[in-house]
Write a protein that binds this ligand. Structure first.
Ligand code: COA
Ligand code: AMP
Length: 627
């Protein structure tokens, strides 16, 4: 069947479509139906009983795949390589789950995971799933304060962390970050499990910390605990407009069904094949496509501890693809731009045999046509842009290669996937004609696998996503659709920016800047960057009578953002200005400032308080550019 027929088939019978997809999952109690009109936006397969770990691990052992590699850890940073079979993975996860259970972790308890790109991060996630505990993975590039905020929101019974992470040329000391976060947080976990890595042995806090290996000695391995279809599998925090991140909740059954469907139909991967998503377990791509989806499908997944460049060179991606016979490879456009910058002619590609590679997938930010062209020219395979969000957990729009390869239109992540009725709306919520820019919204209900609510914040969920356009989920992205149904995602409609494929909140950075004693007012915008897509830039108005020099304040706020949000914010520059441009009602004109910074044409906002301030902003930016 062609894409068009499958999409139409879903639209005419969504129940039938998802119940058929659900047949690929091992249920402890099969769902009586797919959609349940309950909760703020509906739920999927709510009356089923099922276990994620069983579907991702044990069932493949039962089916005779015990000797197949489930996980390959490839770490150019430590120059090491390790494979874990499905049988080994089952035993390791059952043992870890047994040890967690022995220390009191049960179904519904939260467990925070703060780990680098090691297989144990996946094992920790799967061990939680085995028990029905709800994990929340926190990205290693976040600082102690961000971890503390998540500890207070998720109130975990336990935290599983590693002694360190490894960035090129730098050891990231996780343990002091963890200790500081627990000190800052009002909630205290019962215990912490620490994976001691060779590169750094952390000192354990007596009475609270246990070592990954020793706490598993002599415990009974745990069996899979069946949970309700609408039991939360995990919480993943993502940036919103304020410093308080949004805890995206993922329900168990819909997650299983949707991810399993996506592996074959979007990524063209079947059991036994090798799939690689070069992201991090701390992001949604890591949850869905490093950990869960490839394993649910019985494929081999790669856990890559390295960077596209510098570990050791821009050929590292191609080496991994060659050595592990990767069929489908998924990364962010920024990673390809980094490779292209180091190896513009793609010479290193020629050093490797990439015959196994059939498709390159890009997501996380807009894939610019130049990057797609470069990858197509040098790799000789289709380059597929696809669009999704932490909230949806899997692609809203994609080119469904496993169904049929639709003609690629550069700049477009192609067409809506079954389950998603995507509409472009004007401010009043009316669909606009093809080619017209508008807010992108999805008609409710969202498909299985997407967020049913926010953790501890149902009202915020309604307000953030459902209130603006009744009957729709508001994506926060703006764009248009062409005559043939191809989508084009152009910009965010909120203050979220995208730095090297990482989603960051300018609001969170402004909160840090505003806490500096010399700062009276501030704004952070995202400015275009040829490598990272966007980079944050701060504007500071200092309090009257402040004696600290502007340079010193700038240096201090840069350090503060790194200390409080983390290095991943990549907040490196700010300038001091007299005033900020505002509307008469006091709203800071961030979008106009961003246009000035990017050298784009802008229209003078009709509501601006004092147009002369824009010239001052332009002058400050010119000063910054001169260094
Ligand atoms: N733990 C601790 N620190 C981390 C980290 C982690 N897991 N990941 C990144 N950081 C740090 C980096 O060391 C860097 O610190 P520095 O300021 O001391 O140099 C900072 O956060 C910014 O990191 P990053 O955004 O990775 O930038 P970079 O300049 O080191 O590398 C790229 C640039 C393009 C190579 C890199 O951003 C990249 O590989 N991007 C792909 C992104 C991706 O896969 N996104 C997932 C969405 S699909
Ligand atoms: P995240 O939740 O971190 O996955 O970030 C989601 C946001 O990243 C989306 O709302 C978009 O703004 C942006 N994004 C992700 N993929 C794409 C894409 N293929 N094209 C354009 N923007 C994208």
């Amino acid at each position: 069947m062609a894409y068009q027929d499958i999409y139409a088939g879903w639209k005419s019978d969504p129940e039938g479509f998802w119940m058929a997809a659900a047949e690929r999952i091992d249920w402890d109690r099969a769902p009586s139906r797919a959609f349940f009109d309950q909760g703020p936006a509906g739920e999927w397969f709510a009356d089923a009983l099922v276990n994620t770990c069983w579907n991702a691990v044990d069932r493949h052992v039962e089916a005779g795949r015990g000797d197949q590699l489930a996980i390959i850890h490839d770490s150019p940073i430590t120059r090491s390589y390790r494979g874990i079979t499905y049988l080994e993975l089952r035993d390791r996860v059952a043992s870890l789950a047994g040890a967690l259970r022995a220390k009191g972790v049960q179904k519904g308890d939260r467990v925070i995971i703060y780990m680098p790109m090691v297989p144990e991060a996946l094992e920790a996630m799967l061990a939680c799933a085995r028990l029905g505990a709800i994990h929340s993975v926190v990205f290693g590039g976040f600082a102690a304060h961000e971890l503390a905020v998540r500890i207070d929101d998720a109130t975990p019974k336990a935290i599983i962390a590693a002694s360190c992470g490894l960035e090129p040329g730098r050891v990231v000391h996780y343990k002091p970050l963890l200790d500081r976060a627990i000190e800052q947080a009002a909630h205290k976990p019962d215990f912490c499990v620490i994976l001691q890595r060779e590169q750094e042995v952390a000192s354990l806090t007596e009475g609270r910390d246990v070592a990954w290996h020793s706490f598993q000695y002599g415990v009974e391995p745990a069996e899979c605990v069946p949970v309700e279809g609408n039991h939360p599998a995990y919480i993943l925090y993502t940036s919103g407009t304020t410093g308080q991140p949004k805890g995206v909740v993922r329900h168990t059954a819909g997650h299983l069904v949707a991810l399993n469907w996506s592996m074959k139909n979007i990524y063209d991967i079947e059991a036994g094949e090798v799939f690689w998503a070069a992201s991090d377990v701390g992001w949604v791509v890591g949850h869905s496509y490093i950990c869960y989806a490839p394993l649910i499908a019985g494929a081999t997944t790669i856990v890559f501890e390295g960077k596209p460049v510098g570990t050791p060179d821009a050929g590292t991606f191609w080496r991994v693809i060659q050595n592990h016979k990767v069929k489908s490879f998924f990364t962010a456009p920024t990673a390809i731009r980094a490779v292209k910058r180091e190896d513009p002619e793609g010479k290193l590609i020629g050093d490797y045999n990439l015959r196994s590679l059939k498709t390159l997938y890009l997501a996380g930010e807009r894939a610019d046509p130049d990057t797609i062209q470069w990858a197509e020219d040098h790799l000789g395979v289709p380059v597929i842009d696809h669009w999704w969000q932490t909230e949806t957990g899997w692609a809203i729009a994609a080119n469904p290669v496993g169904i049929e390869l639709l003609p690629v239109r550069k700049g477009s992540p192609t067409r809506a996937m079954p389950g998603y009725d995507v509409q472009v709306l004007d401010e009043a919520g009316h669909p606009v004609p093809p080619g017209t820019l508008g807010a992108i919204a999805i008609r409710l209900p969202l498909p299985p696998g997407t967020l049913p609510t926010l953790w501890n914040a149902e009202e915020r969920f309604r307000k953030s996503y459902l209130a603006h356009f009744p009957g729709y989920y508001e994506t926060g992205d703006a764009g248009y659709v062409d005559e043939d149904g191809y989508l084009y995602i152009m910009a965010r409609t909120d203050d979220v920016i995208n730095v090297a494929g990482h989603r960051l909140s300018t609001g969170a950075m402004e909160e840090v800047l505003a806490s500096h004693p010399a700062v009276a007012e501030c704004a952070v915008i995202g400015v275009a960057d040829s490598l990272k897509g966007q980079m944050p830039l701060g504007f500071l108005c200092l309090k009257k009578g402040v004696e600290t020099s502007p340079e010193q304040v700038v240096g201090e706020v840069v350090r503060m953002v790194r200390d409080q949000i983390g290095p991943v914010a990549a907040f490196k520059s700010a300038c001091v200005v007299e005033r900020l441009p505002k509307t008469r009602s006091g709203k800071i004109l961030r979008a106009t400032m961003a246009k000035i910074a990017d050298g784009e044409e802008y229209r003078m906002p009709a509501t601006i308080d004092d147009p002369a301030i824009l010239d001052e902003i332009a002058a400050a930016l010119a000063g910054l550019a001169r260094g």
